[in-house]
Design a protein around this ligand. Structure first.
Ligand code: DHB
Ligand code: MG
Length: 217
């Protein structure tokens, strides 16, 4: 499944993809090997991976955290936004996904720059706190826990650091009155981040909604 770009005009999408060429052979191969390995086809859209790389570069990140590795597609984008000494800590609950990601990180030349933390992120995140504070935290995992991941990021980001989160339009349901735990998690994440005086935040209107916040104090 190719996740959509925020703009739905096919001519404009085609123009943007031709002009900015977001996906090279390495990223295409990550998608192919992920599908072959039976991973769910829910990685970022190619333009969103490029957004991640550019945002990482813009904040000059050197230490980044990702929650939800999947096959490594978004992690490679973050790693591409960092210099040679950049380090990505990426949390993944599934050993099988982590195996696929490890191979993809290797093919992309990032074995030395990445540490995959296997297990529930709420268990593994405390083990890397001493390596922080971090320049960037990207959240793209179980939606019910977005508020808990936000609490961790609030504490472990440096001032000037970025928090990014995928799917914050709630698959079209973010504005619903709902008892759905995933949507409620995303709603709480957005509203708490928007109100937090230590952050300035927005949602970039990508296909899925990409929340971006800067820690300002
Ligand atoms: C789906 C998409 C995502 O980007 C994600 O993080 C989780 C699930 C989906 O389309 O189901
Ligand atoms: Mg996602």
């Amino acid at each position: 499944m190719q996740k959509s770009f925020g703009c739905s005009d096919p001519q404009i999408i085609s123009y943007v993809e031709k002009t900015f060429a977001p996906e090279d052979e390495i990223l295409k191969n990550v998608k192919e090997t992920s599908i072959k390995a039976g991973l769910p086809p829910i990685q970022l859209g190619s333009m969103d991976a490029l957004h991640l790389e550019i945002l990482t570069r813009a904040c000059q990140a050197r230490r980044a955290v990702e929650i939800g590795t999947l096959g490594g597609y978004s992690g490679i984008a973050i790693l591409r936004g960092m210099d040679k000494k950049g380090k990505l800590f990426t949390c993944e609950i599934s050993e099988r996904h982590a195996d696929v990601a490890r191979e993809n990180f290797k093919k992309a030349g990032f074995t030395k720059n990445v540490e995959i933390l296997i297990g529930p992120a709420l268990k593994t995140l405390p083990t890397i706190e001493s390596k922080g504070p971090f320049d960037l935290v990207f959240i793209d995992a179980d939606k019910e826990n977005y508020p808990a991941y936000l609490t961790w990021a609030e504490k472990n980001l440096k001032v000037g650091g970025l928090i990014l989160a995928d799917n914050t339009f709630g698959f079209g349901h973010i504005a619903d009155v709902t008892e759905d735990e995933e949507i409620k998690g995303l709603q709480e994440f957005n509203s708490r981040l928007a109100k937090n005086p230590h952050f300035r935040a927005t949602i970039l209107p990508t296909g899925e909604g990409l929340t971006v916040g800067v820690k300002v104090k």
